[in-house]
Write a protein that binds this ligand. Structure first.
Ligand code: ADE
Length: 277
């Protein structure tokens, strides 16, 4: 996968040289290119922002440098094979007003061969840039959470790491994202439960017996129960949204024990009057 990032703070993207993403780059699984937006300015001060039309606080990123940068980067994409049309990147614009970044979106982006990130500073990028490229490319405006950062660069780091670890061969063990919280599949929409390693006793604390039993069925059931307990406690919205058809008798009994009941529409809701421990 190729990833281009256009930013006024290229040094902010240094963490892409480290750890999982850094190793994927070194192995040639990920081709990351970070560009300084100011390269595409033509005035003495390398101006990338201007005052907003209509007034108001803050500054807006000018369309011209973005247009020139994106045109150059898009034009640098070689065709997948001779005679084929040039590769078409996806444009990812991090913004608090975008669609929520989820594991589903990470999976979707990981299937695309080329992502271009356009992280904004100030009050954002002139809207016409998004409109212009939206005519030819898939453009995703993405938020990493309901809070406002000083710029989109931290979101680029988050999204790139979540996407890179899904690329074939990037994680050591091909199975290791199967049980992730939010991974599509049997444990969909449950948070991952607790994990333990050696020593078997630490500061007087042991580990759950079942994990030593070698009984795979019992261990899987225990993990699922713990996932339900944690999800009910930390993300009750996920229990409310979960598909009742994905639950077996044991799951239902556990939810009842945790103070959840099935509503007439089949969905789960908290039993009235039950106070959480
Ligand atoms: N830029 C500023 N805040 C952001 C957020 N929450 N998500 C993505 N990009 C942002």
């Amino acid at each position: 996968m190729r990833v281009d990032v256009v930013t006024i703070f290229p040094e902010y993207l240094e963490p892409l040289n480290v750890s999982l993403v850094g190793k994927a780059r070194a192995r040639g699984q990920l081709d990351v290119r970070v560009h300084d937006l100011r390269r595409w300015t033509h005035d003495r001060h390398h101006t990338v922002d201007d005052t907003p039309y209509g007034g108001g606080p803050g500054m807006v990123m000018k369309p011209e440098p973005w247009g020139e940068a994106l045109d150059d980067i898009i034009a640098s994409g070689a065709p997948a094979a001779p005679g084929e049309p040039p590769a078409r990147p996806v444009l990812v614009v991090p913004t608090p007003s975008g669609v929520p970044f989820t594991q589903t979106l990470a999976v979707e982006l990981s299937a695309r061969p080329w992502l271009i990130f356009a992280p904004a500073r100030y009050e954002g990028i002139d809207r016409r840039v998004i409109e212009e490229y939206g005519e030819h490319l898939d453009v995703y405006e993405v938020s990493i959470g309901d809070y406002v950062l000083a710029g989109g660069e931290a979101a680029v780091l988050v999204i790139t790491e979540a996407v890179a670890r899904l690329l074939p061969g990037v994680l050591g063990n091909a199975e290791s994202h199967r049980d992730d919280s939010f991974a599509p599949g049997a444990m969909a929409d449950l948070l991952e439960g607790p994990v333990y390693t050696k020593p078997p006793e630490w500061r007087g604390r042991g580990i759950p017996e079942v994990l030593l039993s070698g009984h795979h069925g019992k261990i899987a059931r225990w993990r699922r129960d713990e996932a339900f307990r944690r999800t009910a406690r930390n993300r009750p919205d996920l229990i409310e949204r979960c598909d009742p058809a994905a639950l077996d008798k044991h799951d239902r009994a556990l939810l009842a024990e945790l103070g959840w009941e099935q509503r007439p529409d089949g969905r789960f809701g908290r039993t009235a009057g039950v106070v959480e421990e």
